[in-house]
Design a protein around this ligand. Sequence first.
Ligand SMILES: Cc1cc2nc3c(=O)[nH]c(=O)nc-3n(C[C@H](O)[C@H](O)[C@H](O)COP(=O)(O)OP(=O)(O)OC[C@H]3O[C@@H](n4cnc5c(N)ncnc54)[C@H](O)[C@@H]3O)c2cc1C
Length: 460
Amino acid sequence: MRPEPDSPYLADASGMRGCASEVLIPENEAALAQILRDATATNTPVTISGSGTGVTGGRVPDGGWLVSLERLNSIRIEKGFAVCGAGASLAAIQAAAAPTKQFYAPDPTENSASIGGTVSTNASGSRSFLYGDTRRHIRALRVVLANGEVLALRRGDKPTFEIPVLPAPDVKKNTAGYFMREGMDYMDLFIGADGTLGVVSEVEVTLLDTPKNLFTGVVFFDSDERALTAVDEWRPVAGLRMLEYVDKASLDVVRSRFPEIPAEAYVALMIEQDVSGSDDVEEAWLDRLETSGALTDDSWFAASATDRERFRRFRHGLAEAVNEIIRQRGLMKANSDFAVPLGKSRDILRLYRETLDREFPGQYVIFGHIGDAHVHINVLPPNKAEWERAMGLMKEFAAAAVAMGGTVSAEHGLGKRKRDYLKLQFTPDQIETMMGVKRRLDPQWLLGRGTLFEAPETIQ
Ligand SMILES: Cc1cc2nc3c(=O)[nH]c(=O)nc-3n(C[C@H](O)[C@H](O)[C@H](O)COP(=O)(O)OP(=O)(O)OC[C@H]3O[C@@H](n4cnc5c(N)ncnc54)[C@H](O)[C@@H]3O)c2cc1C
């Protein structure tokens, strides 16, 4: 079908909008392979779409065909793993796994995301503090290349051609550029490649046993310094699978929906610990809370799955509310996704605060995965001119993160909107090496054109 200019297929959650001559929705992998063969024969660029929850414009087409994988949504649950069509949503996978008392560990907050999209961005989210990024949970992939060839790749299968090694920052999460490491498996190349090297049609993921018991809370503090000290002290807590930061401005964004947020709260830390088999958990946390100077009596602790779901809505609602504010102003997101080595966490936060208090006072929020030294800034500028200024600042922050040994993208990928950041983290030669891999697998540069790299002039 030919999409209307306002078709939801032409945008993503960042507010970026593009254009396409066709939206194609294959029924199965064979139909997908045929579309790619046709694209190769007619030299038509193809952008792959999962659920469109990405925030960097990766699935936003810049002409050519948009291919949505929404119908490749089968799910088969087995003991210890699940085999899923790329279009299956994380929510559907979790719902199918739950009756078997298993779960899929990565939780990138937005559970309408497709498994194929999360593989392609190597998504992480809050629980990655314990379980790591998506890559760690992938056992096998089926990938259709631009020429229609289907690869069936399992963990342990090595690349069929030499892949040069590129440097990697010393951070807990990184998805900037292609994964090119010593001893890597072939499928690692496609994980985090943002839909530019091949189309993931099927994913086999590890399932873990659902923890028997979780300790979940939203702990409020009346000072940033106290909260940051608590983060440093709590990072080593065994079984802690979430350590999230929510600043005062973020709390104010969701306060009307959660009026029980204490008035004196300046920061919240969201925590979740797998406490299966542990004793005296509550006593241990009471001790920690007292030592850290938290607002213990006003903090929230989950006594049931319903409470845990309320906390999830609180965290997800915050990210959504911020996106909505920006959409209503007719702007795109002005956000960051930088991570730094753990020892630099306070330094980068200080830099963000000092700069933003000076440049955008009262017009920004900071929240996210502080356990992994990876918080998101969202600037909420009132108009396009101020938005441009905010984007300039983001680029300065990206450079600062790299100077601290960090990454320009921890979990969202760079897509089209942030592809220029690649040049801050990699030299021109290193980028050329990545482009060489792209040329090898997609010589006509059809897949995800404009994502990660500007297409070379020779093929534009
Ligand atoms: C409210 C909110 C909160 C979020 N929080 C987090 C978070 O905590 N952590 C996090 O990591 N992300 C987060 N995200 C971002 C987003 O959910 C992830 O980037 C997710 O991985 C995107 O999945 P999708 O199916 O929506 O992909 P899309 O947006 O459709 O596509 C993303 C990229 O993957 C490519 N792609 C999609 N499917 C395939 C495929 N089958 N084969 C090859 N390429 C493909 C696309 O071409 C594009 O480049 C959040 C988003 C929102 C809206």
